[in-house]
Design a protein around this ligand. Structure first.
Ligand code: SAH
Ligand code: SF4
Length: 360
């Protein structure tokens, strides 16, 4: 995770302010300096040198003890339609993940990755097809937000944990990231501006409910029953839909937050009228919302997106049954290789970046 020379050093960006204060006490440094340093780290500096109001001796002491993880831009694609920016970020060990920066009328939102790869193996997903490499540290999740902000000179106000990886399979690091990114001396992005998407790790949904965070939980459903879900999502063998939906009802009632169900429409697989009716029946009475999206066609999966007429008909049936639905706006349609595809292409081309850094 860190360069060879940094092996003994500690990741300062993954530390909470309280932990840093304790470290500073052990270093015989006043605790107000811990806050000063914490603020610099969370403003996105890439070296201790940049902490201009910290004394030189303290900077060099910190440099001996800690390192600051950063995300380097390996590749950047900018949509000509709507300024959506897709990044391939590289970490110190050479591993890469994708993030997508989107501009909405209310500000900037970023979709970040939580793991390099994913263990869950969903059949339609480019990340799932590539397998799992490692978890990301909390600092590496923060670094994606910071690098995008610095690259575009903007302030990001919303975060979506919907890039590569299964956030609830990297539970402790994701929770720590949430604590750091929402801290008053950090980026101060409130939980109401954060969404977390899961394929349905039921035990972790219960754990998360206990935390009573005000974030939005998105659940990737993509099917109205286990039979269809098992065709595309191996996790449904571990956690059947009935248990998943029970956990979702529990989450909604404990937190008072509406669950957002993701449903990728795959032609001939999960997009029939009877699928819509069955889905509506299962969600009846739940505080929820359904996001329909035509599946992104990933090479070699054999799945194709449903047409516009099918999409509208499906959505109409849900609405008639009292379920609120949106057909998700696809941003950056010209660069819309779904998450995982940029990295996949890079690996297939022998591990070298196929296009140079910078805009295309
Ligand atoms: N692992 C988490 C979050 C990352 S995937 C999860 O599965 O929820 C983010 C979202 O993209 C999920 O809703 C996932 O089902 C969806 N997704 C993955 N591949 C897709 C594809 N080819 N087309 C449409 N949605 C896809
Ligand atoms: Fe993993 Fe989510 Fe892709 Fe499934 S859809 S393989 S859970 S990243």
């Amino acid at each position: 995770m860190c360069p060879a020379q940094d092996i003994e050093k500690i990741d300062i960006k993954s530390k909470t302010l309280e932990e840093l204060k304790q470290d500073f006490a052990l270093l015989d440094q006043p605790t107000y300096k811990a806050r000063q340093v914490y603020r610099w780290v969370h403003r996105g500096v890439t070296s201790f040198e940049q902490m201009t109001d910290v004394s030189k001796p303290l900077r060099s002491l910190l440099d001996q003890k800690y390192y600051i993880p950063v995300a380097f831009i390996e590749k950047r694609q900018v949509s000509v339609y709507d300024n959506t920016v897709k990044y391939l970020f590289r970490f110190a060990d050479g591993e890469c993940v994708e993030s997508v920066l989107m501009q909405y009328h209310h500000g900037y939102s970023i979709c970040i990755s939580t793991q390099v790869g994913c263990k869950m193996g969903c059949a339609f997903c480019a990340t799932g097809l590539g397998g799992f490499f490692r978890d990301l540290a909390p600092s590496e999740m923060l670094a994606q937000v910071q690098a995008a902000q610095q690259d575009r000179g903007v302030r990001i106000s919303n975060i979506v944990l919907m890039g590569m990886g299964e956030p609830l399979d990297n539970y402790e690091n994701v929770l720590r990231f949430l604590e750091l990114v929402s801290s008053a001396d950090g980026m101060n992005i409130g939980m109401r501006h954060i969404s977390l998407s899961t394929c349905g790790l039921v035990d972790k949904i219960y754990d998360l409910a206990e935390k009573k965070l005000q974030l939005t939980l998105s659940v990737s459903l993509h099917a109205p029953n286990d039979q269809i879900r098992q065709r595309t999502m191996p996790i449904s063998r571990r956690w059947p839909m009935e248990e998943l939906l029970r956990a979702c009802r529990h989450y909604a009632s404990v937190t008072g937050r509406r669950i957002s169900f993701e449903y990728a429409m795959i032609a001939g697989v999960n997009d029939s009228d009877s699928c819509a009716q069955e889905l509506a029946g299962k969600l009846r009475g739940m505080l929820c919302h359904v996001n329909l999206i035509p599946v992104n066609e990933v090479e070699s999966t054999g799945f194709h997106k449903s047409g516009g007429i099918r999409l509208r008909q499906f959505s109409r049936i849900l609405e008639q049954k009292g379920i609120t639905v949106t057909v998700r706006r696809t941003l950056g349609s010209d660069i819309d290789a779904s998450c995982g595809q940029l990295r996949r292409r890079r690996l297939q081309d022998g591990g070298v970046s196929v296009e140079s850094n910078g805009e295309n």
